[in-house]
Design a binder for this molecule. Structure first.
Ligand SMILES: Cc1cc2nc3c(=O)[nH]c(=O)nc-3n(C[C@H](O)[C@H](O)[C@H](O)COP(=O)(O)OP(=O)(O)OC[C@H]3O[C@@H](n4cnc5c(N)ncnc54)[C@H](O)[C@@H]3O)c2cc1C
Length: 327
């Protein structure tokens, strides 16, 4: 990126669903906005990994909608063909039997969960591979320093990052840092695997309430995915924490063994990999919507401020944009 010759109205750091929601609302209001992410693409924890013959949503599995505002945008995304209802049967395993889980409406993006964030990125001014490493006051705005040596200047700054990553950047703002210091975000291991033969299980997803797994899903049962037996297996919070520094290969084998045990199968796999989410979800989300500093020029958004899920993250970014537009 060239260092912008002009000062941005708003710089949004983090192109997950919270940052994208905020950046879109501010852009639609006519502001000059840029969005930056340390990763090569947008999406954050709404991530999709392409395998050899399969794709895997290894972060967020699906999302639900409760707020009227969110229902409205979900309907727009459905009309645009980006989001579809996932109608597969969802069950829960209590250690002895599979039972139907709640009858919630679950939405997924196509062709993978990251597809929604790519769609929301649209025409936004996006700078990938820009990891913010520090920022400081400059005039009545902010100067931003990125790891790649580039800089930017903005009147207002939005951090839409997991709580620990936001806190690490708030060294010069001890009050705001202290406000969020207590938010704990736990790790989660995700294993992605494709089996060589069909598996005879009559569900698409299962909450596993026992042992090392917390959730397993037949990813290939979601709309728009390649055919096959692609599964995502999530380690439970306690198992993931206990194995946070384990090698990927060991994690893959352990969670695959737990799944084979659950499913009562010995079928071979043709793809197997693992991903560690260091900050998967907040144990104790703040549930205050969003946060802003006293000057009204620095805002924080993210799932950990608002319910810990996709809907909360989207709403947090949206609320922050509304707050910034009204002050
Ligand atoms: C394993 C797992 C399963 C989940 N399952 C579900 C589910 O089924 N349903 C549901 O609703 N939710 C689920 N969630 C939660 C959901 O994924 C999150 O609530 C939501 O995606 C968070 O969005 P966000 O924008 O707040 O943060 P993120 O998606 O984490 O976005 C933050 C972005 O900031 C970037 N970043 C970080 N530091 C910097 C920096 N210094 N400079 C620049 N960029 C930076 C990151 O690269 C990232 O793209 C799950 C999460 C995980 C990990």
């Amino acid at each position: 990126m060239m260092t912008p010759l002009h000062v941005l109205d708003v710089a949004v750091i983090g192109a997950g669903i919270a940052g994208l929601s905020c950046a879109n609302a501010l852009t639609q209001a006519g502001l000059n906005v840029a969005i930056f992410d340390k990763a090569r693409s947008a999406g954050g924890r709404m991530a999709t990994r392409r395998g050899e013959f399969a794709s895997f949503d290894h972060g967020a599995q699906y999302f639900t909608a409760h707020l009227p505002t969110f229902h409205e945008v979900v309907a727009q995304w459905q009309a645009a063909g980006v989001v579809t209802e996932w109608k597969g049967r969802i069950v829960a395993w209590d250690g002895t039997k599979f039972e139907d889980a709640d009858g919630k409406t679950r939405y997924v993006a196509e062709p993978g969960m990251s597809g929604l964030c790519r769609y929301l990125l649209g025409e936004l001014n996006f700078f990938a591979q820009h990891k913010l490493i520090g920022f400081d006051r400059e005039g009545d705005g902010w100067r931003l320093d990125f790891e790649n040596g580039e800089t930017a200047a903005c009147r207002r700054l939005v951090l839409a990052l997991p709580a620990p990553q936001s806190a690490a950047l708030l060294e010069n703002m001890p009050e705001l840092q202290a406000t969020i210091a207590g938010v704990i975000m736990s790790p989660a291991w995700a294993v992605m695997t494709r089996f060589s033969e069909p598996i005879n299980l009559d569900f698409a997803g299962c909450f596993v309430n026992q042992g090392p797994l917390s959730w397993v899903a037949r990813d290939s049962s979601k709309p728009g995915r390649p055919a096959g037996e692609a599964w995502v297996l999530h380690g439970s919070p306690s198992w993931s924490q206990a194995h946070v520094n384990e090698k990927e290969g060991n994690v893959s084998n352990a969670l695959l063994a737990a799944f084979r045990n659950l499913a009562g199968i010995q079928i071979g796999v043709e793809e197997l990999s693992a991903h560690r989410w260091l900050y998967a979800q907040a144990d104790n989300p703040m549930n205050v919507g969003c946060l802003m500093d006293a000057s009204g020029t620095l805002g924080l958004a993210g799932d950990w401020i608002n319910g810990s899920r996709v809907e909360g993250a989207w709403d947090s970014g949206f609320q922050l944009a509304e707050k910034m537009l009204s002050t």
